[in-house]
Structure formats: C-alpha cells, structure tokens
Ligand binder design. Structure first.
Ligand code: DQA
Length: 148
C-alpha cells in the first residue's frame, strides 16, 4: 500500500486567513500546508497538497489519486453542498477519505448542513479550525496502517 495522501481544497480556500477570519481564522492555506507537511514527515507520508476554485480540477486530482494514493483528505468548501460530481469521483476511489471543514458547518446556515461528500467520507471533521487537517491526516495514517 502506498503512503501517498492527497490533501484537496475547494473554492475560496486560497483566501484563507483573509476571508471572513472571524469564521475561518487567521492562518493561511500556506500555513495549513506547512503544518500538514511537517506532520506528514513524522507519519512517513508523502503529501500532494492542492487547492482549486474549479470543480473539474478537484475531480481530476481525485482520479489521479485513484492510481497513486492511499487516502484523501478533502475540504470541498462550497462544493460540499452541491457537487454530485465530486461525490461520484470519490465513490470511484477505493481508499480512506476524510472530509474536513474548518468551521462547524452545523452551527451555520441550513444550506451548509447537507454534504454530498459525507455520503462517501469515512470520517468528517468540522469546527476544529485548521487543526482539522492534521487530525484528518493522523486518522488517514491510522486507517492506512490498519489496512496493511
Ligand atoms: C468550509 C465550509 C463551507 O460551507 C464553505 O463553503 C467553505 C469552507 C469550511 O472549511 O468550514 O468554503 O468547507
């Protein structure tokens, strides 16, 4: 089993740290990437970290992960709430998937309460701030080791 993990981020997360900091905090996506990479070293994982505002790019990375990766951590951002296409792509991926939301989506507007991706995710982390990403990576490493 490969030790490669994809960490995928959906639309507007490139603005992390600048966009609605009262909801998403002050850390940037580069800060998140650095924390993920540091933990990945400890867990002996290789990470491909991507962000896109375009749905098809996220789908293409999930397809790429099918061939190469042992797990996916994904914050689909707004795509969470309406993308059947991302759900379909994840359903074609056979290893662990953890869904991450920086904010507690269940405490927010009703349209954020439903996630298409949760129908596939092996676990969901919401409301842990950017710390959710490293928690998700630990869980993916655990699940990957369990599968061996
Ligand atoms: C988000 C929550 C989504 O509802 C929102 O559209 C985002 C970010 C989060 O990380 O809390 O862009 O996924």
């Amino acid at each position: 089993m490969t030790r490669l993990v994809y960490v995928l981020n959906g639309p507007n997360l490139n603005l992390l740290g600048k966009r609605q900091p009262h909801i998403y905090g002050h850390e940037t996506l580069a800060d998140v990437e650095a924390a993920v990479r540091e933990l990945a070293k400890e867990l002996q994982l290789e990470v491909r970290f991507h962000q896109s505002n375009r749905e098809y790019e996220i789908i293409d990375w999930i397809h790429e992960a099918r061939e190469t990766a042992g797990g996916i951590v994904i914050n689909p951002a707004a795509f969470t709430h309406y993308s059947v296409a991302i759900l379909d792509a994840l359903n074609a991926f056979d290893a662990p998937v953890i869904e991450v939301h920086i904010s507690n989506v269940h405490k927010r507007e009703e349209f954020r309460h439903h996630s298409f991706v949760s129908a596939r995710a092996d676990g969901v982390i919401a409301g842990f701030g950017t710390q959710g990403y490293t928690l998700a990576l630990r869980r993916i490493a655990f699940l990957m080791d369990q599968k061996k």
